[in-house]
Design a protein around this ligand. Structure first.
Ligand SMILES: [Ca+2]
Length: 254
């Protein structure tokens, strides 16, 4: 092989390495909440342990039922404005109970985004929000057919000229998106709350219930791309073996 050919191969390899690690850094840097539910601990260190309000941990899953839910408080991470809600959930009941499989709320006021069960349309997951400010039916929403099936759900909230462009994904497939019209919101440290079961809460009271097993949840403070959503769904986590967080990726069971 001539020297310039070897050089070309080297350049291509270098570009590949840089692009893969660039992707990894975006995911790692912007992961601000990560729960595996083996116990109440949170993997990035940004949140206090989960407080169970009747829900329980069972074989690495969080089990929520009507009247039994859970939340995490004490957020110490960076501000969250753009965001992605990520959760793996298996329904135990189709009842139109309007609860969430992951909600990001403020503690001081009613300001939430959530992956909500069937609040507007029977047997469909939807983007729930306070006063439906960040809610519409996804154009390609899926009607769920079986309980006990683990589905991988993502809702992304991207800042497009000061408004949220909101997109849903189910098992890596896009459900389509829409634009919200009420402007961006921010969840700062000490005023963010992650909730499972209830749709959202004010203190320890709130509407909505969910009957489900939740395998894992994540919050990113960036709108993931479709490629990133699919990479996460495949368990394909291109994270470099370095730093505190890297050792924690190994805890993933899938
Ligand atoms: Ca788990």
């Amino acid at each position: 092989m001539k020297v310039h050919n070897i050089f070309a191969v080297f350049v291509v390899l270098l570009m590949l390495t840089v692009s893969i690690s660039g992707f990894a850094v975006v995911q790692e840097k912007n992961l601000v909440g990560w729960w595996l539910f083996d116990d109440g601990s949170e993997e990035t260190g940004n949140w206090d342990d989960i407080a169970l309000q009747g829900a329980k941990f069972e074989k690495g899953q969080l089990v929520v039922e009507t009247g039994k839910w859970a939340h995490a408080l004490g957020y110490k991470g960076p501000d969250i404005t753009e965001l992605s809600l990520v959760t793996w959930v298996s329904l135990d009941s189709y009842a139109k109970t309007n609860g969430s499989a992951l909600c990001l709320d403020k503690r001081t006021i009613d300001q939430f985004c959530a992956i909500v069960w069937a609040e507007r349309v029977e047997k469909q997951w939807m983007p729930g929000s306070s006063h439906f400010r960040r809610t519409a039916d996804f154009p390609k929403a899926v009607t769920e057919k079986e309980t006990g099936e683990m589905v991988f759900l993502v809702i992304t909230y991207e800042d497009v000229n000061g408004q949220y462009e909101i997109t849903g994904y189910r098992n890596g497939e896009s459900l389509g998106g829409f634009k919200a019209t009420t402007g961006l919101r921010t969840w700062p440290k000490d005023d963010a709350e992650a909730i499972w079961g209830k749709r959202h809460v004010n203190g320890l009271a709130g509407p909505g219930e969910l009957n489900a097993h939740i395998e894992e949840s994540r919050i990113y403070n960036i709108a993931l791309t479709e490629d990133e959503v699919q990479a996460i769904g495949k368990g394909d986590l291109p994270v470099e073996p370095r730093g505190k967080l890297a050792t924690r990726w190994a805890k993933i069971k899938r």
